[in-house]
Structures are given as structure tokens and as C-alpha cells.
Design a protein around this ligand. Structure first.
Ligand code: BES
Ligand code: MN
Ligand code: ZN
Length: 496
């Protein structure tokens, strides 16, 4: 869903829902909000002095205003101390407020621009992203009662409505927010509704909309290119594999070509090394890395940074069958390295290693891959931080800065040479699993083998791509993790 955003003077608040951020230090000042967009209201004054609205982050309070006030409902949202306001707090407060208004609640939203110590533009970008996150519905297949939260307009109410920087931030927030939701849509689709062929179609359609060049490779083309690792995963499935490429060519660039590579397993049963039934239904989200790459490419195409970017998504299903790869099989990757497939459930690295080789063939000078690669990353880092692996310190620093700007959390993990032992094979160049310990590191080392000396980083997002618990600002389901970080990374690279 898209909605129109703008800025308006404070006294022009005719909206169905007015969101007013309340700072912690205002709790004891009942008149703090007088003179802002809503008419001074006794109930607002009363509640401001009380413990119901102390301004703590996460607090929210909805009040209906009298008919004639020009505003249907005011939602006060706590955002903490003004001098400590963060974009994350703004994003979550706005998302929670809009979600709390429910399906009927918020077609015309106004937000009083009270940015505390934040730049007004940063406040606006975060608020717009929050509003977009709030409108995404995870229950699109319900026959009845499927009523997504609708936002038609979103206006910032401010004393300085004619600010170019605000307009730009709002535009950036809209593009990033919509692109995150595009990725969430893809991830939410069940395996029967999103096969590799379907994923390619969605990518194609998106690319046509925003002006990216695509190239979709089929099985024959993969065979010509020698992608034995990708094909080894695909062969167990009745669904055809696809290798999706979407290119953004900058009008002017410094010669760098960034490749964003995303794992696109549309369903992961484990193959012959079959997964247990419990939670297997979640494995439709095994293409979340690919979705994040497509979402980022969508954003990049619209924000037009001056650097070339290629999005690459190898996509197939991991299924058991009479034709499936067996544990112990040896396959030859595009780069020529031979791989012993000890466990067919470690399929992500197999499809990614050929995608990395392909990216190199296309002339990439920087490789970033995103993948729901290992369950072990949740053991290592819990459900908050994605794992960041790289042999290139400058790239680590740049990705960390991008993640900070995007309000996503990534944590650097080790890749010392000693861990290389984990993937030594008795029969081939390498094997696709390590032992009991350091599973995420073994997986990253496998990918590192294919990156060679090109600056490369890998984000293991298996622990952050799916939100397992309903939160006021985010429903259970796909998070769109990575879209914002990748977009911020590319924008920053273009500026340097
Ligand atoms: N797609 C899974 C990783 C995963 C697990 C993602 C849980 C999201 C939630 C991946 O293909 C996989 O199965 N990895 C194995 C690797 C093992 C066989 C070395 C795993 O994590 O168990
Ligand atoms: Mn697997
Ligand atoms: Zn997988």
C-alpha cells in the first residue's frame, strides 16, 4: 500500500487520527501540549499530569475529541526524554499508534513534528517508515475479517512546513518503507504461492515498475554456466530453479559495482537430510535474504545513488525425492571447487556459492550476501542481532554504520583461519557442513572460499527475518530485515 505524505502548518490539522509525541519531562506539565495542533483539551491536560501518560517509550493513549474539533482521535505516544529521542523510538511509536487505531482508525493521519534532539528530517523519515510498517497485513489469506490497517494520507504538522530537507526525508522514508513491505509480502507468501518461478515474476514486475534491468536464468542456462552446486539443491524438486538478476545502472558512477546476493530458497524441507515436522512450516521464509535484496533494489532504483548495483537471487526449493542429491554426493561448483554434500539441509551455502561466482563474472567489485543460513546464529546471538561475517574490516565498518542508520542490529562474528578446518573434506575440496560447534562460522567460511580477495560480507539473518511474537509496533511474521541496511549502505557508498 502507498499513501501520500506531506507537511502542513500546525493549525491545519483536519485528520482522522492525530499522533502527538509526548516527552518524559512533560509528564508533570499539563499545559505542555497547548498551542500544538489540537485545540487545548481538558482531557489531554488531565491525562498529561497523570501516570497514564508519563512519556515513557511504549506508552500510548487514545482520546476521541468532540465533533467539530476537526480531528477524530488524538493518540498521545510516549517517546522518552526529548534530548535522548532516537529514530527507533519514533518509528516504533508511530507504528504502534497507527496499529492501535485499528482498521477503521487511521485513514488520514497527522503527526505533530516534535523531534527533540533529532533532526526534523530524521524524525520524519523514521515516522514515515513506521507508518508503512504499521499498514502491512500478515493475514492476507483470511476469507473473512481480513481488514488491513489503511492509511491514505500522512501529514507532518510543523511550524516550518516548507523545508526541502523534510520533503526529501519523507520521500526517502516512503521509498524505504514501501520496499520493506514489498520484501515482507514476498516472505509472507506460502511455498505453494511463491515458487522460484513466482519469485522471478514478482522480481520482474517490480523491476519494470521502478526501471531496473532484469535477467532470469533457467536450469539450462545454469548448466551452461557450470552451476553444479545450485543445481544439486534444485534437482530434488519438481519446481524449476531460477537465478534472478536485477541491475541498477547509475547515471554516473566511480566504477564500483556492488553485488547484493540473497538466498532464495522458497521452501526448505532439508532435502534427504529431512527436517523434523515441528516448525517446518516456517521454512517458507528461507527466501528472506532474496526478498531483502529485491526490496533493497526497489529502493535503490528510486533513490538513484551514483553507484552501480546488481541484485542477485538464486532461487529453488530444497525437496527430497528419488532425484534429490544424497548425503555424500560430490558436486562441482561454477568456480571449479568440488564440494562434498554431507548434509543436504545445508543448502543455502550451495546455492549462494554459485551466485557469488556469477556475481564475480558480472564484474562485481564488492559482494554482500544475505541469507537465513543457519539455526546456529540464533544460538550465538539470540533474536536481536543478525550475524555479520567478513574478511574486509572497512566493509564491516561501513555495514555497521549503515545498520545504525537503518535501525537494524548486526554484530561482527569471527572468521579466523583456524575455523577453516571445519569444512575440510576427506574426498573433495570442501564439505558443506562443519561439526557440532560454530555452525554459523563454518557456513560463513564456506562462502568466504568463493569470494576470493574481493571485499565480501555475509549477513546471517535466520534469527531476525521472522518476528516470533506480536509486538505493538510489529506483528508476528516477516520483518523485512536487511532492506533498510542495504539501501543505507549503497546510499553511503555513493556519497563517498
Ligand atoms: N534454512 C536453514 C536455516 C534456518 C534455520 C533458517 C532456522 C531459519 C530458521 C538452513 O538451510 C539450514 O537448514 N541450516 C542447517 C545447517 C546444518 C545442516 C549444518 C541448520 O541450521 O540446522
Ligand atoms: Mn536447510
Ligand atoms: Zn535453508
Amino acid at each position: 500500500m502507498t499513501f501520500t505524505c506531506g507537511c502542513r502548518p500546525l493549525d491545519q490539522a483536519t485528520v482522522s487520527t492525530l499522533i502527538i509525541p509526548v516527552f518524559a519531562d512533560e509528564a508533570s506539565a499539563p499545559n505542555a501540549l497547548d498551542g500544538l495542533a489540537p485545540p487545548a483539551d481538558d482531557r489531554i491536560r488531565a491525562v498529561l499530569g497523570s501516570s497514564e501518560m508519563s512519556g515513557k517509550p511504549g506508552q500510548s493513549l487514545s482520546l476521541r475529541l468532540p465533533v467539530g474539533a476537526g480531528i477524530g482521535r488524538v493518540i498521545l505516544v510516549g517517546v522518552g526524554a526529548a534530548e535522548k529521542l532516537t529514530t527507533q523510538t519514533v518509528r516504533e511509536a508511530v507504528a504502534a499508534a497507527i496499529r492501535s487505531a485499528g482498521p477503521d482508525g487511521a485513514p488520514q493521519v497527522g503527526i505533530v513534528l516534535r523531534s527533540g534532539s533529532l533532526a526534523p528530517a530524521d524524525f520524519a523519515q523514521a515516522a514515515v517508515i513506521g507508518a508503512h510498517l504499521a499498514t502491512f497485513a500478515t493475514d492476507s489469506y483470511r476469507s473473512e475479517d481480513a481488514r488491513p490497517i489503511r492509511v491514505e494520507t500522512l501529514d507532518f504538522l510543523t511550524a516550518t512546513p516548507d523545508d526541502r530537507r523534510l520533503d526529501e526525508a519523507i520521500r526517502r522514508g516512503s521509498v524505504i518503507g514501501e520496499s520493506i513491505n514489498f520484501a515482507r509480502f514476498l516472505v509472507n507468501e506460502p511455498g505453494n504461492r511463491l515458487t522460484p518461478t513466482d519469485l522471478a515474476h514478482h522480481a520482474q514486475e517490480m523491476a519494470n515498475e521502478v526501471g531496473l534491468q532484469t535477467e532470469i536464468l533457467n536450469e539450462d542456462k545454469m548448466r551452461d554456466l557450470g552451476m553444479g552446486a545450485l543445481l544439486a539443491v534444485a534437482r530434488g524438486s519438481a519446481e524449476e530453479p531460477r537465478l534472478i538478476t536485477a541491475r541498477y545502472a547509475a547515471a554516473k558512477s566511480g566504477g564500483e559495482t556492488i553485488a547484493l546476493i540473497g538466498k532464495g530458497i522458497t521452501f526448505d524441507t532439508g532435502g534427504i537430510s529431512l527436517k523434523p515436522a515441528e516448525n517446518m512450516e516456517k521454512m517458507k521464509y528461507d527466501m528472506a535474504g532474496g526478498a531483502a535484496v529485491l526490496g533493497a533494489m526497489r529502493a535503490i532504483a528510486q533513490l538513484k545513488p551514483s553507484v552501480n548495483v546488481i541484485g542477485i537471487v538464486p532461487s529453488c526449493e530444497n525437496m527430497p525425492s528419488g532425484k534429490a542429491t544424497r548425503p555424500g554426493d560430490v558436486v562441482r561448483s561454477m568456480l571449479g571447487k568440488t564440494i562434498e554434500v554431507v548434509n543436504t539441509d545445508a543448502e543455502g551455502r550451495l546455492i549462494l556459492c554459485d551466485a557469488i561466482a556469477y556475481a564475480r563474472q558480472l564484474g562485481a567489485t564488492c559482494l554482500i550476501d544475505l541469507a537465513t543460513l543457519t539455526g546456529a546464529i540464533a544460538i550465538a546471538l539470540g533474536l536481536r542481532y543478525a550475524g555479520l561475517f567478513s574478511h574486509h574490516p572497512a566493509l564491516v565498518a561501513d555495514l555497521q554504520a549503515a545498520a545504525r542508520a537503518a535501525d537494524e542490529r548486526i554484530w561482527p562474528m569471527p572468521l579466523d583461519i583456524e575455523y577453516r578446518e571445519l569444512i575440510k573434506s576427506d574426498i573433495a575440496d570442501i564439505k558443506n557442513v562443519g561439526g557440532k560447534y560454530g555452525g554459523s562460522i563454518a557456513a560463513a567460511w564456506f562462502l568466504r572460499e568463493f569470494a576470493g580477495d574481493i571485499p565480501w560480507a555475509h549477513l546471517d539473518i535466520a534469527n531476525v527475518a521472522w518476528n516470533t511474537e506480536n509486538k505493538p509496533y510489529l506483528p508476528k511474521g516477516p520483518t523485512g530485515f536487511g532492506v533498510a541496511t542495504l539501501a543505507e549502505f549503497v546510499l553511503a557508498r555513493a556519497r563517498r
